[in-house]
Ligand binder design. Structure first.
Ligand code: BG6
Length: 489
């Protein structure tokens, strides 16, 4: 029996035959249904422009569901219930006509959740057509990223939606905010007094955020090449993680209180300009190399690639936050495709003790670290110094973990996918885990100055071999400050 009660709604998925819907959104909706978190009267509408019979499309959705949901989670009664509440409607998103048929499917009293899993350029047109069909008053809209490719284009999209929907009914997705460990970061920081007194430049020397992916471009070359790793990952996921670490405690757990604090961090980010473009940022592009011991092509040799592209597939940078709490504490961000492993983690490095009394050769390993692992092996570990056991060890120090591994700690509980959490929160009308318009815009503003700087210098991205941790200069970026990327890397 689910502890959370959710009101009935009609959930309309625009772009229902696209990759995101088939790979992530339908499986997430199915898991919510299986967990008893969809109201008995909730209806699901798959909307797409593709012609063909509705039944064929529904069959295809079911086939993808079976492929993307673990076999053990496919339970006949749950699947039957899920398919019974799912319908397909052919809809040309740009034409108002079909929206009347959509309106006819939304029972009186149901809120409509309109999930836009389409290109952002049509968000405005869909919003207008929902309004013309008399649906806007009871609709919550969910916007997938990317919302624009710079500040100006993101404003255009946001403004086009805002003509019909107030901010309180706009849910902008950053799926990293739905990851279980990311939410745990909020609990860790604001439900434990232990950390808050240490959470500033008096105690923390620097912070690392790594989001590494093993995959390359996976058939998305055309899309990715127009974006690049800065727009695709830093502008959203990594800056959101930075905000959650750096923000001040909100006065309450409400969407706006949290988002107000995140915006303050984004506004305090120092622009990276002038010499900083060569000393504080590294752009990379992978060349041929190895993944799991097998040869893989370089970015410019992938299917449909333009061999002249100078789009980056890797970024490492040092961000500085200009406020009392973080003055002098660099945040090193690093993200790339075709790295040796999939790894997302945050490492908070605490300062050394003010006076060191142990053997000099042990000094390098001293220092507490809080490691927040998003994937794989979600968990949080605090590395503390202790003494090696044994009479023969003298005062030999060792750095060991105090560990909270989520999958071990709650073995019986499945770790939900980020989209499950986010879809559930939209149904509950809770915006805490969604990104407000001004957050997106300040994040773009900061990234835009960096992109403009790159454009002016005209420097090509630095090559790195597929299967490596990025260009050598990304190591220099941190060693220049007398530090190293954490650990097993
Ligand atoms: C998406 C990016 O937002 O996040 C992709 O567009 C990237 O390029 C993906 O692969 C990574 O998400 P996750 O949850 O697999 O780390």
């Amino acid at each position: 029996m689910a502890a959370i009660s959710v009101e009935p709604c009609t959930f309309a998925l625009f772009g229902a035959l696209g990759d995101l819907a088939l790979r992530k959104l339908f499986p997430a909706l199915y898991q919510l249904d299986r967990a008893g978190l969809l109201h008995a009267q909730t209806r699901l509408l798959a909307l797409a422009r593709e012609a063909g019979s509705a039944q064929d499309h529904l069959n295809s959705i079911e086939a993808h569901l079976r492929k993307h949901v673990p076999e053990a989670d496919i339970e006949a009664p749950a699947l039957e219930r899920f398919l019974a509440r799912l319908d397909y409607q052919h809809l040309d998103f740009l034409q108002p006509e079909g929206y009347q048929a959509l309106a006819a499917q939304v029972p009186d009293g149901h809120p409509l959740i309109a999930y836009f899993a389409t290109a952002a350029v049509v968000y405005g047109a869909i919003s207008e057509n929902l309004d013309k069909a008399g649906l806007s008053e009871r609709t919550r809209v969910v916007l997938e990223k990317p919302i624009g490719h710079d500040l100006e284009s993101s404003r255009r999209v946001n403004d086009a939606v805002a003509r019909f929907f107030p901010e309180s009914r706009v849910y902008r997705i950053d799926h990293y905010l739905g990851k279980e460990t990311v939410q745990n970061l909020i609990a860790l920081r604001f439900a434990n007094s232990l950390f808050e007194t240490q959470w500033n430049q008096n105690s923390i020397s620097h912070v690392e955020i790594t989001v590494a992916e093993k995959v390359g471009i996976e058939g998305r070359w055309g899309y990715f090449d127009k974006a690049g790793q800065l727009r695709d990952m830093i502008q959203n996921h990594l800056l959101q993680l930075l905000c959650l670490i750096a923000m001040d405690p909100p006065s309450e757990l409400s969407a706006d209180a949290i988002r107000d604090e995140k915006v303050k961090v984004l506004k305090a980010l120092a622009p990276i300009t002038g010499d900083g473009l060569s000393t504080r940022v590294v752009r990379g592009q992978y060349i041929a190399g190895y993944s799991d011991g097998k040869p893989v092509p370089g970015y410019l040799e992938e299917d449909n690639a333009n061999s002249q592209s100078d789009t980056e597939t890797f970024v490492a940078l040092r961000a500085d936050i200009r406020n009392w709490r973080w003055s002098g504490v660099p945040f090193y961000l690093r993200t790339g495709k075709r790295m040796p492993q999939k790894l997302s983690q945050i490492v908070i490095h605490f300062k050394e003790t003010p006076h060191y009394i142990f053997a000099p050769e042990q000094r390098l390993q001293v220092g507490n670290k809080l490691i927040i692992r998003l994937q794989p092996d979600e968990g949080i570990s605090l590395r503390v110094m202790t003494k090696e056991q044994g009479l023969d060890k003298g005062m030999q120090l060792r750095s060991g973990p105090l560990q909270l591994n989520f999958s071990d700690a709650w073995r019986s509980a499945r770790i939900p996918d980020a989209y499950e959490r986010l879809l559930l929160e939209v149904m509950r009308g809770n915006q805490n885990l969604f990104v407000r318009k001004d957050e997106i815009e300040y994040a773009w503003k900061w990234c835009d100055q960096l992109i403009a700087g790159w454009r002016n210098t005209g420097d090509a991205p630095k090559p790195y071999a597929a299967g490596s941790w990025g260009p050598m200069s990304s190591i220099a970026l941190i060693t220049r400050d007398g530090r190293a990327w954490y650990g097993d890397i």
